[in-house]
Design a protein around this ligand. Structure first.
Ligand code: 13P
Length: 254
């Protein structure tokens, strides 16, 4: 059966000392939850902080390490880039791929994302693959077609075995960092649609087993209602993951 996951995407925030202070606080706040909790928590710091943060996470606990991106090649002359294999070597278990900020500001397209997915899986990482529509797309009533295309062109080329490692995140662009969250009903209907597409592309069993996260202005106040939806299995949290108390409250919303 699928897991519940709360992942914190720190984006390009926090220095080393700030990150260490945050992880210390999160670790102590979730300590009481850790025993018996079924929620998996993933923190996704910027590249230079991965190793230090990874070493700080208690072994075998509910906290896991993820990266925010990786390059599609295994190694080589790609100045400034970071491969999936490198990420795995510093303790990453997850990698966020296809975030709308990467698609928009760094022009990552379905072809490149397909290669990144393959590279991540080959290195043993679990991809958190993001999809989501712009406000313009939503207002044009094109949300389902758009997300269906993102899934088909970016993700559904994977084999059954590969797909079993993937977490999907629905992040409506208009809700990211805007304080304007999707209503629980809007989130649920897109999540149900994504699950239906997975069932068609793979199988009903694969659909039931896939964790689908919601992202976009999720916070301690709205998490309980969002996570209460049948097809919402957790969250991909930006701003609120930078504050230990807020992030922990979100984790405790299950
Ligand atoms: P916010 O939670 O800050 O809206 O960001 C969501 C996000 O982009 C997570 O990947």
């Amino acid at each position: 059966m699928r897991k519940n996951i709360v992942a914190g995407n720190w984006k390009m925030n926090l220095t080393l000392s700030e990150a260490q202070a945050l992880v210390t606080e999160i670790t102590s706040l979730v300590a009481a939850e850790a025993a018996g909790s079924t929620v998996e928590v993933v923190v996704c710091p910027p590249f230079p902080l991965l190793s230090a943060v990874g070493q700080q996470l208690p072994q075998g606990g509910m906290l896991h390490l993820g990266a925010q991106n990786c390059h599609q090649k295994e190694s080589g002359a790609y100045t400034g880039e970071v491969s999936a294999r490198l990420l795995a070597s510093v303790g990453c278990e997850y990698v966020i791929l296809g975030h709308s900020e990467r698609r928009q500001y760094f022009r990552e397209d379905d072809e490149q994302l397909s290669q990144k997915l393959k590279a991540a899986l080959a290195a043993g990482l679990k991809p958190i693959f993001c999809v989501g529509e712009s406000l313009e797309t939503r207002e044009a009533d094109d949300t389902f077609d758009y997300i269906g295309r993102q899934l088909k062109d970016g993700l559904f080329h994977l084999s059954n075995e590969e797909f079993a490692q993937v977490v999907v995140a629905y992040e409506p662009i208009w809700a990211i960092g805007t304080g304007k969250t999707a209503t629980s009903q809007q989130a649920q209907e897109v999540h149900a649609f994504i699950r239906e597409q997975i069932a068609r592309a793979y199988s009903a069993e694969a659909a039931l087993n896939t964790t689908i996260l919601y992202g976009g202005s999720a916070n301690a106040q709205n998490a309980r209602e969002l996570f209460g939806q049948t097809d919402v299995d957790g969250g991909l949290i930006g701003g609120a993951s930078l504050k230990a108390r807020d992030f922990t409250e979100i984790i405790k919303s299950f």
